[in-house]
Design a protein. Sequence first.
Length: 86
Amino acid sequence: MTQPVTIGDIVENWTPRPHPLSNPQHHILLGKYCRLEVFTSTNHIVIQQLYHTFRPTEETHFKYLGYGPFKTVDEFKHFIYMEEQS
């Protein structure tokens, strides 16, 4: 029988922190030069914009990735949806 691995000392009265997405104030982070937002398959406008930014003819964007380029925006949407499910 294997013994559990102990990484460090036990911290008394420790409780896990809530996941950042459980707090709506963390869903959109605005910076000086960019905006970070939770990406979901329901954000159709952003999906359309991303698809047009990374056109299927620009294979250099996907050269070292295990996916893409996507021939249609529906193929891209399906990929995003499947990634969310995993």
